[in-house]
Write a protein that binds this ligand. Structure first.
Ligand code: NAP
Ligand code: MG
Length: 404
């Protein structure tokens, strides 16, 4: 069988632990036998980020800007424990944070819907797509540990040298403090991205924040969303019969749980991180979610929304069974190949991306699944397999479907 040719390389960002094992297997068993794969490969494993002083992360983001489509494995964001575990030079920043800051995009996360895998929340009939702002806030925070009494201030020094100061806290004893920021330009891009995505999907859009408490920071998000909506989208929304609404984050959470779904929920960076895990888990597992970062100039980075699945990795290293779900990783590859094919007018490649996705979903619908899905499936007599075995079975299905 001839392999499907590629025109432009995909940017491949490799990662860590159990996710990296399933990553390699997905590439070797589900892509390489069928596609004459061209990639620009970047090893974002924690050891290589440490060896390159994190330059590899920046290089991979620049390559994404150049080529337009990337696919990324989950990576370790080091904390103190990880610094000791891997003997790191320092506590490197989150690679996702670095990449998102360079691409300045919005992350859209949507559950993977499969017949027989029913959401924990009974009222959900349609998926809720979560749009996560990908710049700033906690992920670009500067923090200090205060170890003696003193005054902590927020100081802004203007280009003309003029200073503005706000007291954060008068410390009587030890504590912690943090400075976060965002940019009007990034918030505006985020608003525009979300408003046009929801319009494309013909779904209502909710943007949530906490402007009752954060009267300047969160208020600014709310105002910018309102302005972009009024100036650029109001007319089109009314024609499409959809709405845009601002909503307090706590209200948005309770609404999400009670609603039938079927809308786009835009969240600030941290809220989006946490809420997308909640949504994915409600659909059965952290692996039941696709994730794509879309930059304002139309660059795409596909990833799995879950982490490196460390607990399973150590079980795997000790020779135990790791029934880790590879769905989100396979979807990241299939969506990236489809998008690359579409951008290059390479129908064979785009078609293969879709076939890979369909074969994966059909495998689960036929009753073959990893242990996480067994807990939520309504299918009779599910057969539980490891993540590696699941990939083998998907490969067989693809071969059958591609046979002349
Ligand atoms: P995690 O890797 O997402 O795993 C948390 C738990 O969720 C797992 O122990 C497992 O639960 C379940 N789970 C996640 N993915 C699964 C899958 N594919 N199949 C089956 N179950 C799955 O989160 P973490 O343990 O908090 O983080 C581990 C590392 O990942 C950290 O170093 C963190 O920095 C990194 N991380 C990276 C990304 C990214 O690069 N996108 C995102 C988040 C976290 P059970 O053990 O109960 O089976
Ligand atoms: Mg998360």
């Amino acid at each position: 069988m001839d392999k499907i040719p590629m025109n432009t390389p995909l940017v491949e960002m490799d990662g860590d632990e159990m996710a990296a094992i399933l990553w390699k297997e997905t590439k070797e068993k589900l892509v390489l036998p069928f596609v004459d794969l061209k990639v620009e490969y970047y090893d974002l494993s924690i050891r290589n980020r440490d060896a390159t002083d994190d330059q590899v992360t920046i290089d991979s983001a620049m390559a994404t800007k150049k080529y337009g489509v990337a696919v990324k494995c989950a990576t370790i964001t080091p904390n103190l424990e990880r610094v000791q575990e891997y003997n790191l030079k320092k506590m490197w920043k989150s690679p996702n944070g670095t990449i998102r800051a360079l691409l300045d995009g919005t992350v859209f996360r949507a559950p993977i819907l499969i017949r027989g895998i029913e959401p924990y929340i009974r009222s959900w009939k349609k998926p809720i797509t979560l749009a996560r702002h990908a710049y700033g806030d906690l992920y670009r925070a500067t923090e200090i540990r205060v170890d003696s009494p003193g005054k902590c201030e927020l100081v802004f020094t203007g280009a003309d040298g003029a200073e503005r100061r706000e007291l954060i806290h008068q410390f009587d004893g030890p504590g912690v403090a943090q400075g976060v920021h965002n940019l009007d330009s990034s918030i505006r891009n985020f608003a525009r991205c979300c408003l046009s995505y929801a319009l494309d999907m013909k779904q209502d859009l909710i943007f949530s924040a906490k402007d009752t408490i954060s009267k300047v920071y969160d208020r600014q998000f709310r105002e910018i969303f309102k302005d972009v909506f009024m100036e650029e989208f109001m007319e089109a929304y009314s024609q499409a019969g959809i709405t845009y609404q601002y909503c307090l984050i706590d209200d948005a959470v309770s609404r999400a749980v009670k609603s039938p779904g079927g809308y786009v929920w835009a969240c600030q960076n941290y809220d989006g991180d946490v809420m997308s895990d909640m949504l994915a888990t409600a659909y059965g597992s952290a692996a039941m979610m696709t994730s794509v970062l879309v930059s304002p100039d139309g660059k795409y980075e596909y990833e799995a929304a879950h982490g490196t699945v460390r607990r399973h990795y150590y079980r795997y290293l000790e020779g135990g069974v790791a029934s880790t779900n590879p769905l989100a990783i396979i979807m990241a590859w299939s969506n990236a190949l489809t998008k690359r094919g579409e951008l290059d007018h390479n129908d064979a490649l785009a078609g293969f991306g879709r076939l890979l996705q369909r074969a994966t979903i059909e495998t689960v619908e036929s009753g073959i699944m990893t242990a996480d899905l067994q807990k939520v499936t309504t299918l009779p007599n599910p057969q539980v397999v490891t993540g590696l075995k699941f990939i083998d079975i998907v490969q067989k299905r693809i071969r059958k479907q591609m046979a002349p």
